[in-house]
Design a protein around this ligand. Structure first.
Ligand code: ADP
Length: 267
């Protein structure tokens, strides 16, 4: 902990007239500054890799005469370009979620949130031959939230569930009210997450397996987006996972957020 104490003389240089001591706790400021610097360094690294690959592929194409090879290299360029595009899109999403000014809060039926997110993941799930089961909650189960943010959080969880499961596997999502909280759950029977990594997976750009995340087109930002969304809604995200068996992510919101009259109180 660093406290900076600045003595401000009350009268120009005249000793003995007293001074005001300005005590400034710079520890937190320094920490935030370090987090920001790390983040910028990480972004630069994340973008430099695919952009470097793009440049190399373009150079190779310029000297290549075989149309089959050119086509293959162009395909790889497209993959890298998509990677850059997805990273930028996720960064924009993350920063728009961080901006609290344009926050919208309305009671949204959880059923609609799940249906919206499942609808978005279907094409990718079908392509990977993964079944997505939606156990529809009651119509009156609602969360006071920014609908777009909540759909995005559930979608990111479903996307991971699909990405880190094998073909033929089933991903399940449901919601339930339990005492003081509303839970939205996404469960998979995929590769799971080692216990030592569980705490870190919500950090920006943290991946358990770099190579696998790259192969599956991951940006390393999905769970950071999820964590931000729950923080914005006074909720929490829980994860239970066992390597080789699968993972269960739970978005938990206080029951106040499920109470439509809470809208009047929060706005
Ligand atoms: P990524 O874009 O790499 O998927 P995320 O922030 O969404 O980034 O997730 C961070 C890391 O957590 C992933 O790289 C992966 O290693 C791990 N992970 C997340 N969800 C799951 C899951 N359902 N099953 C197994 N591993 C997961």
């Amino acid at each position: 902990r660093t406290l900076v104490i600045t003595a401000v003389p009350l009268e120009d240089g005249v000793a003995g007239r007293g001074a005001i001591a300005v005590i400034d706790d710079v520890t937190e400021r320094r920490r935030l500054e370090a987090v920001r610097r790390d983040f910028v360094a990480n972004i630069s690294h994340e973008l430099k890799t695919p952009v470097g690959a793009l440049a190399l592929l373009a150079e190779t194409i310029m000297d290549e005469r075989d149309p089959d090879v050119v086509e293959r290299l162009a395909g790889r360029m497209l993959t890298e370009a998509h990677r850059v595009g997805r990273t930028i899109q996720d960064l924009l999403e993350l920063s728009s979620i961080e901006v609290e000014e344009d926050k919208v809060r309305e009671p949204v039926p959880v059923r609609q949130v799940l249906a919206g997110a499942v609808g978005r993941i279907r094409p990718a799930a079908d392509q990977r031959q993964i079944r997505v089961e939606l156990l529809e909650p009651d119509d009156d189960l609602a969360v006071v939230c920014d609908r777009r943010q909540l759909v995005s959080a559930v979608f990111n969880l479903l996307e991971n569930a699909v990405k880190y499961s094998e073909a033929g596997s089933t991903v399940r999502t449901w919601a339930e009210a339990d005492g003081d909280v509303v839970d939205i759950v996404v469960e998979d029977h995929g590769m799971g997450i080692p216990t030592r990594d569980l705490e870190r997976v919500f950090e920006r750009f943290y991946r358990v397996d770099q190579a696998r995340s790259r192969r599956t087109g991951g940006t390393g930002l999905g769970l950071a987006i999820v964590r931000h969304v729950v923080n914005n809604h006074a909720g929490e995200v829980l994860v239970a996972s066992r390597e080789g068996e699968g993972s269960t992510f739970t978005l938990r919101f206080p029951v106040g957020a499920a109470d439509p009259t809470a809208l009047e109180r929060t706005t």
